[in-house]
Design a protein around this ligand. Structure first.
Ligand code: TZP
Ligand code: MG
Length: 215
């Protein structure tokens, strides 16, 4: 079953190289205990076998904390590990096929890069839209320009979906992204590369709460 309520406010997207040699599971554990509402396992280099095995280990952590786990790109891996859903982008399996395979009880999030994709997504029964990059980032470079804060404001007015901003988000700008209308922020380096991932999550949560008050 799909969780009755998904907390998108502070959403961890993983990236092992950005963990700077530290154990990904330990970083996920810290982030979960500090209050991320959702975890996406994003493995761009792993073999399918390694992805499934890591997925099962992350699943054990998120299940214990009763928060959802999504798998980046791979519907098969999500099914194998019993994840709560997937996050797909414009060059992954088409949304309609992913929804058909996973059914209505799984979370399916979609990344959009352009205004046209944002409008087209209004026709899709997806769970949330990932909108980015909001700010410049070196974590993902095959993107078009940044949306900026003004882009988030326009997107909120035009989209029917829950919007999660991603790209270059830190504790110093998270409040602005939420204040402009995003329902949540998804973060890679600001958590995975932080000296203290737990501290980073707490600071992001504080910034998000400030942003919510200003929206
Ligand atoms: N999609 C758009 S930007 C991005 C993704 C996966 C990377 C975000 O990483 P960071 O380190 O939070 O800027
Ligand atoms: Mg993808």
């Amino acid at each position: 079953m799909k969780p009755a309520h998904v907390d998108y406010r502070v959403y961890l997207v993983t990236d092992r190289p950005l963990c700077l040699g530290r154990d990904l599971l330990d970083i996920v554990r810290q982030a979960v205990h500090a209050g991320v509402g959702l975890v996406q396992l994003r493995e761009k280099q792993a073999s399918t076998r390694a992805f499934v095995e890591l997925g099962r280990s992350v699943r054990a952590i998120t299940s214990k904390a009763s928060i959802p786990l999504l798998i980046n790109d791979r519907i098969d891996v999500a099914l194998a590990v019993g994840a709560d859903g997937v996050h797909i982008g414009q060059s992954d399996m088409p949304f309609a096929d992913a929804r058909k395979i996973l059914g209505p009880d799984k979370i399916v999030g979609l990344s959009i890069d352009t205004w046209e994709q944002l409008l087209q997504a209004n026709q899709l029964d997806l769970d949330y839209l990932g909108i980015g990059p909001v700010f410049p980032t070196t974590t993902k470079t095959d993107t078009s320009g940044e949306w900026g804060i003004a882009g988030i404001t326009r997107a909120r007015a035009a989209s029917v979906h829950t919007l999660v901003g991603i790209g270059g988000i830190t504790k110093d700008n998270a409040g602005q992204v939420i204040g402009a209308g995003a329902h949540g922020i998804a973060v890679v380096s600001a958590i995975c590369s932080a000296p203290s991932p737990a501290r980073a999550v707490k600071d992001l949560r504080t910034a998000v709460e400030q942003g919510r008050r200003s929206y």
